[in-house]
Design a protein around this ligand. Structure first.
Ligand code: SF4
Length: 440
């Protein structure tokens, strides 16, 4: 098994035929199900007539990342889950159509957006995951000059280093980033705010507002005996290593997991399933997802679960790992599985934890006035939306603990972009009034 994308794209005629099934409902329940209120019936209508450029422009009004959303959104719980045609047993495949339009546009270089002059102010965006890219794209379209500061060697955040290639090819993410660059957004890679450069430095450089879209980079650990051993891996770090390996930036041996190994993954969200399916692709002979609840309570998408089962991943429901015995600093010897109070000790080579993550404290610890809650999430307010306790510093996405998926991070980020817009406009207006008052 390899890392090639698992889902096929539509051909032109397939896409048009699928779009023609849409009823263009007057009160579209699909749109209600979309966290960013994508104008689904309108662009599907254009697509059904073969007007791909118009379809793309309508999508661009609400989304900066359609090729991503078309692939990784929870369509079954959102737009597609709400489509009226579910009553007849076959919803419109909205995600696949969105992906078709976005890919067609990237491949053909069809749409060229008019970029407004950057006259409304300067905004620094820290982090280039879904939240950062959304804020940057929205503000660039509204006439702000935007600079993104990204600590990695390549932009994209979780899209580039957290979601595996078979679900979201890196080239798709690069295409989306290129489109945001074409809006005039400047990317500064290998730039870690909180180390070397601080929020105060950015204000000194003349930025009017700063957005923190830094996500949650510190993985959580379950409190079980043996979990502190370095051989216990973290899913987000494992996925990042595989991504670097896939891009030729890391040796195979540094990925460690794979080639005939028995692997246990703790947790049952999408990251756990990504880690399990990736471990299979790295050559593991047996991969088990261990979850202390039932299948109906798992956070992962059903479609992801189905694909994992088809690829050979096993699921142990109502089961916990209650002890981990390590062989050395790189491998595990055994794990104790506990189901309904009964223990069994089984051989294992690797344990991968996928039980959530929390924000890093790099920025808040080097900046005065940004308050966090008891779990380290940045506290923000509703007016202007997304502003932290430090004036001019905004935050959104996972770092504030509101969103949970790519599209929810985008939804939150869109609201924060509006908050930044209002804040910068107000500050500039007050400046003008002050200056006029001074001259009077
Ligand atoms: Fe088309 Fe379904 Fe949306 Fe109606 S609910 S507009 S049929 S996609």
């Amino acid at each position: 098994m390899n890392f090639k994308e698992v889902n096929e794209n539509y051909t032109v005629s397939e896409a048009i035929r699928e779009a023609q099934r849409c009823l263009h409902c007057k009160v579209p329940s699909c749109k209600k199900g979309c966290p960013i209120s994508n104008d689904i019936p309108d662009w599907i209508s254009e697509l059904s007539k073969g007007n791909f450029g118009n379809a793309m422009q309508i999508i661009n009004n609400r989304s900066n990342l359609p090729a991503v959303c078309g692939r990784v959104c929870a369509h079954e719980r959102q737009c597609e889950g709400n489509c009226v045609l579910n009553k007849k047993g076959s919803h419109i495949n909205i995600g696949k159509l969105e992906r078709f339009v976005a890919d067609f546009d990237s491949d053909s270089g069809m749409t060229h957006e008019a970029i407004p002059e950057k006259t409304r102010g300067r905004v620094a965006v820290i982090g280039s995951g879904p939240a950062g890219l959304t804020v940057a794209g929205d503000l660039a379209r509204k006439g702000f000059s935007v600079d993104i500061f990204e600590m990695e060697t390549e932009a994209g955040g979780v899209l580039m280093f957290g979601i595996p290639e078979y679900r979201l090819p890196k080239e798709v993410v690069r295409n989306e980033i290129r489109k945001i660059e074409n809006l005039g957004v400047a990317f500064h890679l290998n730039s870690t705010v909180g180390e070397g450069i601080t929020i105060d430095d950015l204000f000194d450089q003349g930025f009017d507002a700063i957005f923190m879209g830094t996500g949650t980079g510190v993985p959580k650990r379950l409190n079980i005996p043996g979990n502190q051993n370095p051989a216990v891996r973290q899913a987000i770090r494992f996925l990042r290593r595989v991504s670097l390996y896939e891009n030729g930036l890391m040796d195979r041996k540094e990925v460690i997991v794979g080639d005939g190994d028995v692997v246990f993954v703790i947790g049952c969200g999408n990251t756990a399933i990504d880690a399990a399916r990736t471990a299979i692709r790295m050559g593991s002979k047996e991969v088990n997802v261990v979850y202390h609840r039932t299948i109906n309570e798992m956070k992962a998408l059903r479609a992801e679960y189905d694909d994992a089962v088809a690829e050979g991943v096993k699921f142990l429901w109502n089961t916990s790992i209650t002890n981990i015995e390590a062989l050395d600093d790189t491998a595990i010897k055994t794990v104790t599985l506990t189901t309904d109070g009964e223990d069994r000790v089984v051989p294992a080579d690797h344990v991968i934890m996928a039980v959530g993550s929390a924000p890093a404290s790099r920025i808040v610890s080097t900046t005065e006035g940004i308050e966090v809650d008891g779990n380290g999430y940045v506290i923000t307010r509703d007016t202007p939306y997304g502003m932290t306790t430090r004036k001019g510093v905004f935050a959104g996405g996972d770092v504030t603990n509101r969103p949970a998926t790519v599209v929810h991070a985008m939804h939150d980020a869109k609201l924060v972009a509006e908050g930044i817009e209002k804040y910068v406009d107000a500050v500039k207006l007050l400046d003008i009034i002050d200056r006029q008052g001074g001259q009077a």
